[in-house]
Write a protein that binds this ligand. Structure first.
Ligand code: BEZ
Length: 212
């Protein structure tokens, strides 16, 4: 069954560099980022895993657990992790799923046979504390992802959940946001947005970011 935004993230059990992972149990009540790699010992993936390790503090601040996947066995991952540490100057501080049997890759539709019939593409799933998929991004194997963008979208999703706002084009944390169109009652709006708002059109109302 195809996974969409709003689907419940399928649960699974799989080996990893940190032992057996039961996915839902691993996530607990936190947000999650599950991201796949074409294979071990590949150059772009090596840089991506180093970058995610360096951003671990940023994911922690947002209550997010990160977990990578590559379709090779644990022993291979362990050798690769040493290379990542050596070349990227950081320890890999999150688990890498050893999906040699492609169980998780198939469950999450990470193999796109017309790109490559055995390797995974670069998929990213952001999962909320209710285990709902909130973001799906797919990149080709040749393009490394931008993990600052993934943090930016997590900020946006968390702000939407807590404050009834959406975020406009190219929004960055701290900038003005959009009041969701479904919110129309001025009394509730005054309560939610005490700093006020600008109504450019009845459907386009900008307000300072409420949690700043
Ligand atoms: C990589 O992961 O580095 C990679 C994979 C496929 C094509 C090019 C690069």
């Amino acid at each position: 069954m195809a996974l969409h935004i709003g689907s419940i993230a399928p649960d699974f059990e799989q080996d990893s560099t940190e032992g057996k992972i039961k996915f839902h149990q691993f996530l607990g009540d936190k947000w999650g980022v599950l991201f796949s790699h074409p294979a071990d010992f590949t150059p772009v993936c090596t840089t991506e895993l180093g970058r995610v390790a360096k951003l671990k503090g940023e994911f922690d601040k947002r209550n997010v657990k990160v977990i990578a996947l590559s379709v090779d066995p644990v022993e291979s991952h362990k050798g690769w992790v040493s290379d990542i540490e050596e070349t990227q100057g950081t320890k890999v501080n999150f688990p890498i799923l050893a999906d040699a049997d492609r169980k998780v890759a198939k469950l999450y539709d990470m193999i796109h046979p017309e790109a490559n019939d055995t390797l995974t593409v670069r998929s990213v799933f952001v999962i909320d504390p209710k285990k709902k998929i909130r973001l799906i991004i797919t990149y080709p194997a040749s393009a490394g992802r931008n993990f600052d963008e993934i943090l930016r979208v997590i900020d946006s999703l968390q702000l939407t959940d807590s404050h009834s706002v959406a975020t406009p084009v190219d929004w960055k944390d701290g900038q003005d946001v959009v009041i969701v169109p479904s919110l129309k009652d001025p009394a509730i709006m005054k309560e939610k947005f005490p700093k006020g708002w600008k109504e450019l059109k009845p459907y386009l109302r900008m307000t300072p970011q409420p949690n700043k």
